[in-house]
Design a protein around this ligand. Structure first.
Ligand SMILES: NC(=O)c1ccc[n+]([C@@H]2O[C@H](COP(=O)([O-])OP(=O)(O)OC[C@H]3O[C@@H](n4cnc5c(N)ncnc54)[C@H](OP(=O)(O)O)[C@@H]3O)[C@@H](O)[C@H]2O)c1
Length: 249
C-alpha cells in the first residue's frame, strides 16, 4: 500500500448531522479514505441517501434527535468503540437580541453546544472512545472571529464550543485524545438555503471572499479528515480556520 498519512483505514468514525451538507460530505469523504462510518441524523430518508453514497460496506446509521436527552442517550448506547467523531449537527438562528428569549437560546444551545458536549462526555464515560481518538467540532467563523447582525444566539453557541475545545484538549491529552475545531466561512449547504439571506445578498457577499467563491462541503470534510488522521497527531486545541481568506480583510 502506498504511503498516506491522511488515511482513515482501520478507523471507525462517528459523524453527526450526516443527513445533509457538511456532515453528509464528511461521512462520504471519510468512507473514501477507508473509514468505517457511523452516521446519525434526524431525517431517516436523507440519512439513507447518505448511506447509499458511502464507499465500502459495514457502515452503520442511527436515527436520533440530538435536541433531546434521550436521543443523545439512544445514539451513544448504539455506538461501537470509535476512533473519532465529527460533530456536524447544527442549526442556525437569525433573531435580533431584543427579541431573543431564554427558550430560543436553549433550543439553539441544545443542538449546537450541549449535544456535542453530551455525546463526547457520555462516550468517554462509556469508554467508547479509543486511545488516540480525535474529536472534531464544526464550529464557525461566527462567534469566534466575526459576527453579523441578529446572530447573537448562533455566535454564542459557536463561541462556547471554541472555549470548550481549549479545556477539553487539555483534560483529554493524557488519554492521547485530541480535540480540535474547524471554523468555516459560508459553505453552500441547506443552512445556506434557509432563507436567512437573499440570493442577491449572497452574490454581493461573495465578493468579500478573496478566493471569490463560497466553500463546498468537501472543503470542510477534507479539513476534518486531516484532523482525524495521524497526519495531525501533534495537533490539539486548535481552531482550523477555513474561509477562503474572508477574515483577512
Ligand atoms: N453552511 C455554512 O455556511 C456553515 C458555516 C459555518 C459553520 N457551519 C456549521 O456546520 C454544521 C453543519 O451545517 P450545514 O451547513 O451542513 O447544515 P445543514 O445542511 O442544514 O445540516 C445540518 C445537519 O444537522 C442535523 N441536525 C439539526 N438539528 C438536529 C437535531 N436536533 N438532531 C440531530 N441532528 C440535527 C440535520 O439533520 P436532519 O436534517 O436529519 O434534521 C443535518 O444533518 C453546523 O454546525 C453549522 O453551524 C455551517
Amino acid at each position: 500500500m502506498s504511503y498516506n498519512p491522511f488515511t482513515l483505514e482501520g478507523k471507525t468514525i462517528l459523524v453527526t448531522g450526516a443527513s445533509s451538507g457538511i456532515g453528509r460530505a464528511t461521512a462520504i469523504e471519510c468512507s473514501k479514505m477507508g473509514a468505517r462510518v457511523i452516521i446519525t441524523g434526524r431525517n431517516e430518508e436523507r440519512l439513507e441517501e447518505t448511506y447509499r453514497n458511502l464507499q465500502k460496506a459495514d457502515h452503520k446509521f442511527i436515527v436520533s434527535d440530538l435536541g433531546e436527552e434521550n436521543g443523545i442517550q439512544n445514539l451513544v448506547s448504539q455506538l461501537p468503540a470509535i476512533d473519532g467523531v465529527v460533530h456536524c449537527a447544527g442549526i442556525t438562528s437569525n433573531l435580533p437580541f431584543q427579541f431573543a428569549t431564554r427558550e430560543k437560546f436553549d433550543s439553539i444551545m441544545d443542538v449546537n453546544f450541549y449535544a456535542p458536549v453530551e455525546i463526547s462526555r457520555l462516550s468517554i464515560k462509556a469508554k467508547k472512545l479509543n486511545k488516540n481518538s480525535s474529536i472534531v467540532f464544526i464550529s464557525s467563523i461566527s462567534g469566534v472571529f466575526i459576527s453579523s447582525v441578529a446572530s447573537s444566539i448562533y455566535c454564542a453557541s459557536k463561541g462556547a464550543l471554541n472555549g470548550l475545545i481549549k479545556g477539553l484538549a487539555l483534560d483529554l491529552a493524557s488519554k492521547g485524545i485530541r480535540v480540535n475545531s474547524v471554523n468555516p466561512g459560508i459553505v453552500e449547504t441547506n443552512l445556506f438555503d434557509a432563507g436567512l439571506i437573499t440570493k442577491e445578498q449572497l452574490a454581493v457577499e461573495m465578493n468579500n471572499y478573496p478566493l471569490k467563491r463560497y466553500g463546498k462541503p468537501e472543503d470542510i470534510a477534507h479539513a476534518a479528515i486531516y484532523l482525524l488522521s495521524t497526519a495531525s497527531s501533534w495537533v490539539t486545541g486548535a481552531n482550523l480556520l477555513i474561509d477562503g481568506g474572508y477574515t483577512l480583510k
